[in-house]
Design a protein around this ligand. Sequence first.
Ligand SMILES: NC(=O)C1=CN([C@@H]2O[C@H](COP(=O)(O)OP(=O)(O)OC[C@H]3O[C@@H](n4cnc5c(N)ncnc54)[C@H](OP(=O)(O)O)[C@@H]3O)[C@@H](O)[C@H]2O)C=CC1
Ligand SMILES: O=C(O)C1=N[C@H](C(=O)O)C[C@H](O)C1
Length: 229
Amino acid sequence: MCKAVTAADDLELVAEVDKDDKLDALSGAEVVVDFTHPGVVMDNLEWCISHGIHTVVGTTGFDDERLETVRGWLAANPGTNSLIAPNFGIAAVLMMHFAAQAARHFESVEIVELHHPHKADAPSGTARRTAELVARARREAGLAPSPDATSTALEGARGATVDDVHVHAVRLAGLIAHQEIIFGGEGETLTIRHDSMSRASFTPGVLLGVRRVGGLDGLTVGLEHLLDL
Ligand SMILES: NC(=O)C1=CN([C@@H]2O[C@H](COP(=O)(O)OP(=O)(O)OC[C@H]3O[C@@H](n4cnc5c(N)ncnc54)[C@H](OP(=O)(O)O)[C@@H]3O)[C@@H](O)[C@H]2O)C=CC1
Ligand SMILES: O=C(O)C1=N[C@H](C(=O)O)C[C@H](O)C1
């Protein structure tokens, strides 16, 4: 991200902060980009927002409670905005969008996310968000939960559930970030798959966020709000 900001003619990289650095180094910044760890991102956000710095956040681990806390900090610091996106890849955002569109047409759905083995969390933020979007679309269409008569002899065999959607997390050397949403209906299935083959896939979305976050209103969750979908 630092390289991408440096390479952009209209942006200036004013500070890089690593784990043991003081956040004071960020004081001159208009926007802070956070790709750190779910365990520290809230402290970083609280500091930035209380210092009137806009934030573009890729770090995962945001549940409703965390988002509500961020909303509270932003409300106490009017004019300061945050963009939090579980995935900054444009194709990944489209994958989520298409999955939400497809969801109401199928009886069954499961999500398989596949990542490098050094990933901090499971399931991925993208998988959680996709499950929420798919579940909302299913609810709005009046669909029942996906049928599942399995009795599981081994805990975990059916993955985790997010909003009643089964999510399976694969961690494998050689992978970067990938996800499939598999839909099933009468005699047919549909698979929507996204692959990040390089971390460069996240930079256009982050740069878009950096350029636009100042014009947003408080908290925005998801890059889709900045795209003309
Ligand atoms: N939204 C999106 O599009 C994407 C989101 N992510 C998410 O971003 C997060 C980071 O992922 P990833 O880049 O793979 O992880 P890495 O471990 O590769 O990078 C995280 C970096 O943050 C550093 N760090 C840890 N704590 C702090 C801190 N308090 N202040 C400053 N720096 C800190 C780490 O230092 P050290 O190495 O010393 O621990 C490390 O260099 C994860 O939550 C991941 O899911 C990742 C890719 C895309
Ligand atoms: O940790 C990663 O690598 C990624 N994290 C994000 C997530 O949890 O969804 C985005 C992408 O999948 C890469």
